[in-house]
Design a protein around this ligand. Structure first.
Ligand code: F6R
Length: 367
């Protein structure tokens, strides 16, 4: 049942290219750039009057929501708010019929997220969900659904469901841009093509990156603390990397926006706390490089993940993992992979129960 893999988590990490393909398949026409989302049931009319989108989720799904805020605001031009569901359900909300509420959930059963959409619906909001489980409670209660089609996820730590949430959210962004005529069809077509191509890119990098990480972890697995940093669309990926590491290896880890380090966390830097930095050659590359040079100047231990051919990074890193260049807005899909594999290999090295971490349940159906 694990198809030759030692754990479900590893199997599911390697299923990610297929998960992206399944999620995107048949939903974008690569000649015209037209996106079709039939189960969404909200057409151009309903979406044309939306003034704001409220994204609601927990844990890893919340990280997907944080990435989507960057995408939707950039390509569809609609203001986006992102809430942790347990906060959303109890804070005072400015939600009404001009706000679209989008719940993101692998299981479709998470109690806080469910309570959040019920509350938004009572306030008059249209509710849609991005969900992996067909027929789950959330999909039954929402006005429309975008299924992720990642296939059943057994490992408690979410991997392929997250990647397919990102793929679905990118598609949804293109759909919004289409109905609101925010970007030209040709640009939509190109972005759609690049989304589809990301599956092949991940397929190719997986074995190589896994092997490289396997040779690196001996010097990291015994650490007590870890920092993950990134900027822009990759800031949520730093949060996700830190969450993966803490849940399966029980190492204390935190994720930060790289520009935020100087406002406090830089005081923690020493040789005992490795910093994993996501540094692709994107629009904020120079800014991120100056942030990590500050870590270097304080004798921090740097694991960098950057763009193939970026030789400058080698001069500042202790370890470096190179990834192929893709469209900068699709980097979150690619840059998630090394952090998943690092967490996995460290957890295995520490003898942890990777598929069933202590104190955690796959689906959190109680408050
Ligand atoms: C982390 C993880 C959790 C879930 C969270 C939400 O690896 O799996 O943080 O992401 O409990 O679950 P869903 O997406 O089912 O609502």
């Amino acid at each position: 049942e694990k198809a030759g893999f030692k754990h479900f988590m590893l199997k599911e990490i390697f299923e990610q290219p297929q998960a992206i393909t399944n999620t995107v398949s048949g939903r974008i026409n690569l000649e015209t750039g037209e996106v079709v989302l039939p189960e969404l049931t909200l057409g151009a009319d309903a979406l044309a009057t939306i003034e704001r989108i409220s994204l609601v989720a927990c844990g890893t799904s919340w990280h997907a929501a944080l990435v989507a805020k960057y995408w939707i605001e950039k390509y569809a031009g609609i203001p986006v708010e992102v809430d942790i569901a347990s906060e959303f359900r109890y804070r005072s909300l400015l939600v009404n019929d001009r706000v679209l509420t989008l719940a993101i959930s692998q299981s479709g059963e998470t109690a806080d997220t469910l309570a959040g959409i019920r509350r938004a619906a009572r306030l008059g909001s249209r509710v849609i969900t991005i969900c992996n489980v067909v027929g789950s409670t959330m999909t039954r209660e929402a006005d429309g659904t975008i299924y992720t089609h990642a296939g059943p996820e057994i490992g408690v730590a979410s991997t392929k469901a997250f990647i397919s949430q990102l793929a679905a959210l990118f598609l949804f962004t293109l759909y919004l841009a289409q109905v609101r005529q925010a970007i030209p069809a040709e640009q939509r077509r190109r972005l759609g093509q690049q989304l589809i191509d990301s599956a092949r890119v991940i397929e190719q990098l997986l074995p190589r990156v896994r092997e490289q990480i396997g040779t690196m972890i001996e010097s990291f697995y015994a650490c007590r603390d870890f920092l993950f940093v990134g900027r822009g669309v990759n800031f949520p990926i730093a949060l996700e990397g830190a969450l993966k590491l803490k849940e399966i290896s029980y190492i204390h880890a935190e994720g930060y926006a790289a520009g935020e380090l100087k406002h406090g966390p830089i005081a923690l830097i020493d040789r005992d706390m490795p910093v994993l930095a996501i540094v692709p050659q994107d629009a904020v590359y120079q800014k991120t490089v100056s942030n990590i040079e500050e870590i270097k100047a304080r004798q921090g231990r740097l694991i960098l993940i950057g763009t193939e051919g970026d030789t400058h990074l080698r001069t500042i890193s202790d370890d470096i993992i190179y990834l192929p260049e893709v469209h900068e807005d699709l980097n979150p899909l690619i840059y998630t992979i090394p952090a998943q594999l690092l967490s996995y290999e460290i957890a295995v090295r520490r003898g942890c129960d990777v598929d069933q971490p202590r104190n955690l349940a796959k689906s959190v159906t109680v408050e």
